[in-house]
Design a protein around this ligand. Sequence first.
Ligand SMILES: [Zn+2]
Length: 261
Amino acid sequence: MPEGDTVYLACKRLHQALAGQKLAGADFRVPQFAAADLTGVSVLEVVSLGKHQLFRFDDGSTLHTHFKMEGSWHLYRPGAQRKGGPDHQIRAILTTADWEAVGYRLPVVEIVPTAREGEVVGHIGPDLLDRAFDADEALRRIAKDPARTIGEALLDQRNLAGIGTVYRAETLFLSGIHPRRPVGEIPDLAKVVDRARRLLSANKDRPEQTTTGDLRRGRQHWVFERARESCRRCGTRIREESFGPLGQERKSYWCPSCQPA
Ligand SMILES: [Zn+2]
């Protein structure tokens, strides 16, 4: 699942290509908006909010999309071969004179009045990649449920937006905190949130991702997807387990020595 840094970079590229341009065509392949016609409308901006994508138009409407597990946006020059997947996986196409933006496998595609964007994304917490990130508000939301595990609290986009399983695993490793430790037992929650923010920020302008500082394949992460391999710090075997609310269990990775229970 793409995390906040990936969504940020995708929106930055879409913004560079589309902002200020008039739509020559718009094709939404979802029943509810199949008849929507945005031809002639100009794109004001494309922004990310946590893992959401918002395309704002000058007619007062916003296209809201979300990648969830497998979605992606691709940019092509008109007539270029599309490589994002088979055509039946396309959910939206926005065409300008210079670009074609194609959204694949998007489970969320909806057009809402810009003034009412809050109703579709308003439940999410402060965005870690927002320059005006409100750390106090994020901490307040996390601390509201002191018995909850920090692993679940960090993934909950209503607390703070942008963290997925990669940054959860890596942030907690670097903080020396076991993923199942209750929020109320963590001495310096602010430091944990700040670390997540710094990891995401460091990766937001490039497609490659690293939390170790090493971009070479197989060396980018401390514990994420390294179950049964040796901890880079102490040599202990990395563990993995899935946990979380029923039906939303997600994989967690940790070093039992560096992150004692
Ligand atoms: Zn270790």
